[in-house]
Unconditional design. Structure first.
Length: 416
C-alpha cells in the first residue's frame, strides 16, 4: 500500500490500519519526535486519497469544546463518543485521546497507537489461552477499566476483543471505541455484536424506567459481554453465537448450565463464575465488583492449563513486579505507564480537559488515577459482522476440538 504522506499539524498520516462503519483509521508519525499515533477520520470523507502529499486544512478543537457540543440534542454521535471517551480516558487501561481537528467535511481524532487488538492476539497469535496467568492479568485489567467507566457514569455497550487493544508486548490492554457508549440515565437500543450481546439487549426496551434501573441494565449488559470475553481469553472460542433461544448452544445452556463444561475445558470454579454472569435474570447477575473479586481469587480457570511460572518467549508476555499504589484494588496488575496531557501535535500546547461540571454526566468528573507518560499504542481494524450461515453440531462429548461451527463466519475462528 502506498503511503499517504498527508500532513495534519506535526503529524504525517501514512497508511490505513483500520476501517469501520464510522470512519477510517490511519497510522501517523510525529515528524519531530518520530512517535507513532493513530488518527481516526470520521465524516463525509473518511478516505483521504485526494490528500496524498498535501497539508490538510483543519483547525484544532479543545476537548472541552467537543464535550460542550455533545450536549446539543442534535449533536453528531461522534461528538458524544469523543466526550464520553475523554471523560474516562485518564485511566491507565483506557486508550488515550490526544486531540481533535475539524475540517469542513470530517473530524480527525488523534489517539494512542497500539500494537494489536485482543482479537488478533487471541485468534492469530494464541497469546493467552495457553497460559492462564497472562489471561488472568489481562482480564483483571479489563475489569478495572470497565469498573472505572461505570463509576464515572459511562457504559461501553460494545465490549468485544476488537475494541480492546493490547500494548507493551501484550502485558497491558487499552479499552477503546466508545462509539456505542451511553452515559448515566441513557437507555440504549439494541446494539453491539451478537456474540457478546446479553439476552435482554435482544428484546424490546421498556419505555418507563428510572435512571437507576437504566444504569443497572447497562452495567449488567457490559458484565455479560465480559463473561464471553473471559471465555475467549482462556479457551480461545465463544460459547455461542447469540444468547437467544434460537441459538442451539445457548438453548442447551439454558436447559443445563453444566453444558459449558461439556463443550469447554473450564474448571468447576471458573464455571461457577460464568454461571453467575450468564444468568438471564438481570437482577441476579453478578456485580462487577463481585466479578473482579472472584476472578482475583480463582486459582484454576482451565483444566490442564499451564499455571506455573516459566521463562519468557516471544509469544508469552512477562510481567515485572513493581509496587502498586495503595489505592489499586488489584495487586496482580503490573504498574501502569503514566499518561500525559501533552498534545502530540504541539510541543508547547496542552489538551484541554473535559469540563468538570459538564451536565452530560450525572456526577462531576474527578479523576482518581494520576495522569502519566504513554508508550506507543495503536488502533486496529474493526471487523464487520457477516451474516453467513452458522451451524452447530452436538456430535461431541467434552472434546472441544469437535465443537463444530460454520467456519465461513469470521467469528467462528474463536471456536476453531
Amino acid at each position: 500500500m502506498h503511503k499517504l504522506n498527508a500532513r495534519l499539524g506535526n503529524l504525517r498520516l501514512e497508511e490505513v490500519i483500520g476501517t469501520g462503519a464510522y470512519g477510517t483509521v490511519y497510522r501517523a508519525t510525529d515528524i519531530y519526535s518520530s512517535k507513532r499515533y493513530a488518527v481516526k477520520v470520521v465524516g463525509k470523507r473518511s478516505q483521504l486519497n485526494d490528500c496524498r502529499g498535501q497539508v490538510i486544512n483543519a483547525h484544532k478543537l479543545s476537548l472541552q469544546q467537543v464535550s460542550l457540543a455533545a450536549l446539543n440534542h442534535n449533536a453528531s454521535h461522534i461528538y458524544r463518543e469523543i466526550a464520553l471517551h475523554n471523560h474516562v480516558q485518564v485511566h491507565p487501561y483506557i486508550l488515550s485521546l490526544y486531540a481533535v481537528y475539524e475540517a469542513s467535511d470530517c473530524l480527525y481524532i488523534v489517539l494512542e497507537h497500539c500494537e494489536d487488538d485482543l482479537f488478533t492476539a487471541i485468534v492469530d497469535r494464541g497469546m493467552f489461552q495457553t497460559y492462564a496467568p497472562s489471561a488472568k492479568i489481562i482480564l483483571l485489567q479489563l475489569l478495572e477499566a470497565v469498573l472505572y467507566t461505570h463509576n464515572k457514569g459511562v457504559f461501553h455497550c460494545d465490549l468485544k476483543p476488537e475494541n480492546i487493544l493490547v500494548a507493551e508486548g501484550g502485558t497491558c490492554i487499552r479499552l477503546a471505541d466508545f462509539g456505542l457508549a451511553s452515559r448515566s440515565g441513557q437507555q440504549v437500543s439494541q446494539c453491539g455484536s451478537s456474540f457478546y450481546m446479553s439476552p435482554e439487549r435482544q428484546t424490546k426496551r421498556h419505555s418507563s424506567l428510572s435512571v437507576q434501573q437504566i444504569n443497572a441494565g447497562n452495567a449488567a449488559a457490559d458484565i455479560w459481554s465480559l463473561g464471553v470475553i473471559a471465555i475467549n481469553l482462556f479457551c480461545g472460542r465463544n460459547p455461542w453465537k447469540r444468547a437467544h433461544v434460537s441459538d442451539e448452544a445457548y438453548r442447551q445452556y439454558l436447559k443445563d448450565p453444566s453444558f459449558l463444561q461439556q463443550i469447554l475445558p473450564v474448571s468447576d470454579e471458573f464455571a461457577g463464575i460464568l454461571n453467575r454472569i450468564f444468568t438471564a435474570d438481570v437482577k441476579s447477575r453478578i456485580s462487577l465488583t463481585q466479578l473482579r473479586e472472584q476472578i482475583k481469587n480463582c486459582d484454576m480457570f482451565v483444566l490442564g492449563q499451564d499455571t506455573e511460572e516459566r521463562p519468557a518467549t516471544s509469544a508469552i508476555p512477562t510481567y515485572t513486579k513493581a509496587p502498586i499504589p495503595p489505592t489499586s484494588p488489584v495487586s496482580l496488575l503490573p504498574a501502569p505507564s503514566l499518561k500525559s496531557n501533552l498534545s502530540p501535535l504541539s510541543h508547547t500546547s496542552s489538551v484541554s480537559p473535559l469540563s468538570h461540571t459538564s451536565s452530560i454526566f450525572s456526577t462531576p468528573y474527578t479523576p482518581d488515577v494520576s495522569p502519566t507518560a504513554v508508550s506507543d499504542r495503536g488502533v486496529k481494524r474493526r471487523r464487520s459482522e457477516e451474516n453467513e450461515p452458522f451451524h452447530f453440531s452436538l456430535n461431541h462429548t467434552s472434546d472441544v476440538d469437535r465443537f463444530d461451527f460454520g467456519m465461513s463466519d469470521p467469528r467462528a475462528r474463536l471456536f476453531a
